[in-house]
Design a protein around this ligand. Structure first.
Ligand code: NAI
Length: 251
C-alpha cells in the first residue's frame, strides 16, 4: 500500500523538484514541499494535473535551521511522517575563476546547496528515528559537477561533490536503520535554472557536442530516477552516486 507513504521534497516549487512532486503524487504518495519561494503554493497547485492531490506546501528556507524546524513542526501538525527525502533545493551561482570569486556568492551557494542539504537531512533523520520508521530513502541531487569540474564553477562543484559525500556518509551511519541514501548527478536538464543558458543556441549546441545522446533531458526523466531510488525497486542500492546525463561522463 502506498497511500500512507510520505515524501518530503525541498525545492519542490520548480524544475526537478516540481517534476518529482508530480511523479510522487501520481504514484499515490502524500508529498510535503519545503521551498523558499513565497509563491510555491500557487505554482505547485497550478502545475499539478489533478485538483485534489495530497500536496502540503511549507515556506521553508533551507539555509535557516529555525525555518526548517518550523517546517517539521508543520509536518507533525499535518500528521505527516516522511520516509523519503529528496534534497533538490539548490542554486547555480555566477561563473568566476576562484581568485575572483565573491565571498558572498561562495557563502550563499555553500549555504543553500550544502548546508541546507545537511540541515534538512539532520531533521529528517531525527523524525525518522523518533517515529521509529523501518524503511526510508534519502536522495541528494548532486550534478555531473559532483564527479568532475568545469572552468569557473569551483563553488558549485565543491558543493555538489559535498552532497555526494554526505549521501555516502548517511548511508554508512544509518544502514542499520534500513535508511538508504544516494546521490544522483543530472547533466543538462531543461528547467528554469538552465533557461538562460539553453536559450542561447551556440551554448546549447556546444553542450550537445559533449552529450552522446545529443539532447538535454526533461525534469520528468530525473524524477523517474528519484522515484526508483525512493522505492523498494532499489532496495539494495545505498551509498552511491548515479549520473543521469545522456552519457556526458562516459567520455
Ligand atoms: P530550479 O531553479 O528550477 O529550482 C530550484 C528550487 O529550489 C526553486 O523552487 C527554489 O525556490 C528552491 N530554493 C532555492 N533556494 C532555496 C532555499 N534557500 N530554501 C528552499 N528552497 C530553495 O532548479 P532545478 O534545475 O530544478 O535544480 C534542482 C537541483 O538540481 C539543484 O540542486 C541543482 O543544482 C540540481 N541540478 C540541476 C541541473 C539542471 O540542468 N537543471 C543539473 C544538475 C543538477
Amino acid at each position: 500500500m502506498k497511500d500512507h507513504l510520505v515524501a518530503l521534497v525541498t525545492g519542490g516549487a520548480s524544475g526537478i523538484g516540481l517534476a518529482t512532486v508530480e511523479r510522487f503524487t501520481s504514484e499515490g504518495y502524500k508529498v510535503a514541499v519545503f521551498d523558499a519561494n513565497e509563491s510555491a503554493k500557487e505554482v505547485i497547485k497550478n502545475s499539478l494535473k489533478s485538483e485534489d492531490n495530497d500536496v502540503f506546501i511549507y515556506e521553508v528556507d533551507v539555509t535557516n535551521h529555525d525555518s526548517i524546524l518550523d517546517g517539521f513542526k508543520g509536518l507533525a501538525k499535518d500528521n505527516l511522517t516522511p520516509s523519503v527525502l529528496l534534497n533538490s533545493a539548490g542554486i547555480s551561482p555566477p561563473l568566476n575563476p576562484l581568485h575572483k570569486y565573491e565571498i558572498d556568492d561562495w557563502n550563499k551557494c555553500v549555504s543553500i546547496n550544502l548546508n541546507g542539504t545537511f540541515m534538512v537531512t539532520r531533521e529528517f533523520i531525527n523524525s525518522y528515528i523518533e517515529n521509529k520508521l523501518s524503511k526510508g530513502s534519502i536522495i541528494n541531487i548532486s550534478s555531473i559537477m559532483g564527479s568532475r569540474a568545469s572552468a569557473a564553477q569551483a563553488v558549485y562543484s565543491a558543493t555538489k561533490h559535498g552532497v555526494v559525500g554526505l549521501a555516502k556518509s548517511v548511508a554508512q551511519d544509518y544502514a542499520h536503520l534500513n535508511l538508504r541514501a544516494n546521490a544522483i548527478g543530472p547533466g543538462v536538464i531543461e528547467t528554469p535554472m538552465t533557461n538562460d543558458v539553453l536559450v542561447d543556441e551556440n551554448v546549447k549546441n556546444h553542450l550537445l557536442t559533449r552529450i552522446p545522446l545529443k539532447r538535454v533531458a526533461q525534469a520528468s526523466e530525473v524524477a523517474s530516477l528519484v522515484y526508483f531510488l525512493a522505492t523498494d525497486e532499489s532496495s539494495y542500492i545505498t551509498g552511491t552516486y548515479i549520473p543521469i546525463d545522456g552519457g556526458y561522463l562516459s567520455s
